[in-house]
Design a protein around this ligand. Structure first.
Ligand SMILES: [Zn+2]
Ligand SMILES: [Zn+2]
Length: 470
């Protein structure tokens, strides 16, 4: 934003002139930490230095249009043709940013023919968000250094900072290095940079007024509604990608950083609201991967391809996209798993001899099933099949009876049974622990961390004494 009028101001944030062609490859463990340690930042903004640190050009650009729009709306009646034109022009100039600045130039998500590039560059200029080169340079840094001090709109600095605050004050440090050498050699990008001031005046204000004047004689309405007020909406639509899209919604593909997916964000940003997906797969021409999700920018690019104006639309391999989704689902399931109480396994239980088991069964109701000894004292009367079945098997091996000899119990019954484990029978069980029936159904499929899979399980050791259980 800060370079919308002069080329000099575009260089405030732009370290690309000296650092990104060819891009240096630092030999450090952590580039962000290294850069923060070794580069100087301006002092933090305080009330005492605030006036000196304000980026006045951006302040004017971001405050004058809303004020003019509000005042103008009082004096200029809104005609329906002008209202319609303002909405259409909002989408046209917005797409200049989303399909042009963002997905074409910042991310190279597809190839655009020369006429389309000029069209997007012109429409993007009508959004007054800086030149393609400046905008893309900052956005590439945002992706490379998301949520760090080198991210120009670091979401960790708060919603309003990432929305608008970062433009209102002079940046505390340069954004991290990002390669924009491709853009520097692009003739359309160079052309736009050169004619930027004329383009923003014509596309921002003159064209919307002229169309309304020639179409239905409403030059003033065209200026206020399709020019000024439309501009305010386009501004905040784009700003929401840096604020709302890093704050509201879900993280279905990765939760390492702040970007999130939400339908509301998509509606206010012409489809840029599936930002969690976008940060994971930034070169994908899509933000929304489902047909029913709102992504008019994707639809536009697709139509442009059908018209022969765009080509080589990049799509990330579905197999890799689904891996991200699976990882997040597994994380959620892991949390559910960790919040449940699980039975003790054979490593945690005392190993009891048959003699000890039968002896102790005389003092309390113990039943052997699948090699595990269970204390069923709190369940005898609760047993749906009747307490007498349980009493009949106290001090005995009820494995066959439990698994169909008397009644083929449900998985839920097996899970519940496992919660009553108090010991493991040593040796003598005909239904050893290798038996699948020793593992309750709820534990046959589990979420395990990589490191847990690597660590060898300890084997149970014989630990019985006469009072091994008690
Ligand atoms: Zn982002
Ligand atoms: Zn992006």
């Amino acid at each position: 934003m800060s370079d919308v009028v002069t080329k000099d101001s575009a260089n405030i944030n732009d370290s690309s002139a000296t650092t990104d062609s060819p891009m240096p490859i630092p030999d450090v463990d952590n580039y962000v930490a290294y850069t923060i340690r070794n580069t100087k930042a301006l002092p933090p903004i305080t009330w005492s230095n605030l006036l000196n640190e304000i980026n006045w050009l951006s302040v004017y650009i971001l405050t004058v249009p809303p004020l003019v729009g509000i005042v103008g709306a009082f004096y200029v009646k809104l005609q329906w043709q002008t209202a319609l034109w303002a909405v259409v022009y909002y989408f046209m100039t917005g797409l200049g940013i989303t399909a042009g600045y963002h997905r074409l130039w910042a991310h190279r998500a597809y190839n655009a023919s020369l006429p389309l590039q000029y069209l997007l560059a012109i429409l993007g200029a009508g959004s007054l968000q800086g030149s393609i080169k400046w905008w893309s340079r900052g956005h590439r840094a945002h992706h490379r250094y998301t949520d760090t001090e080198l991210d120009p709109y670091n979401a960790h600095k708060g919603f309003w900072y990432s929305h608008i605050g970062w433009m209102l004050v002079k940046p505390r440090r340069k954004p991290g290095v990002a390669d924009v050498s491709d853009l520097r050699h692009n003739p359309v990008v160079r052309w736009q940079h050169k004619h930027y001031l004329s383009l923003i005046l014509i596309m921002g204000f003159v064209l919307p007024s002229v169309v309304a004047y020639l179409g239905w004689g409403d030059a003033k309405g065209g200026f206020i509604y399709a020019g000024v007020i439309r501009l305010v909406f386009v501004h905040h639509s784009t700003f929401c990608v840096n604020s709302l899209a890093h704050w509201l919604g879900e993280t279905p593909f990765d939760d390492k950083h702040t970007p999130r997916d939400h339908m509301i964000t998509a509606f206010v940003t012409i489809g840029e609201g599936y930002h969690n997906f976008h940060h994971q797969f930034p070169m994908d021409y899509r933000n929304a991967i489902r047909w029913y999700q709102y992504d008019p920018t994707k639809w536009t690019i697709w139509v442009l391809q059908k018209l022969g104006l765009a080509s080589h639309l990049k799509v990330f391999p579905d197999n890799e996209v689904r891996k991200g989704q699976l990882t997040m689902e597994l994380k959620r399931l892991r949390r559910t798993q960790e919040n449940l109480t699980w039975p003790s396994d054979s490593n945690d239980l005392p190993v009891i001899s048959w003699d000890s088991f039968t002896t102790q069964s005389e003092k309390r109701p113990l039943i052997l099933i699948s090699g595990f000894i269970h204390d069923v004292s709190d369940f005898i009367e609760e047993h749906p099949g009747g307490g007498h079945f349980i009493r009949n098997f106290i001090g005995k091996d009820a494995t066959t009876a439990f698994f169909g000899g008397v009644y083929d119990h449900s998985n839920a019954a097996h899970n519940l049974l496992a919660m009553k484990r108090v010991g493991v029978l040593h040796g003598g069980s005909p239904h050893g622990l290798d038996d699948k029936r020793a593992i309750p159904p709820s534990q046959r499929l589990k979420i395990a961390r990589y490191t847990e899979l690597l660590s060898p399980g300890s084997s149970s050791t014989y630990s019985d004494g006469e009072d091994g259980l008690l």
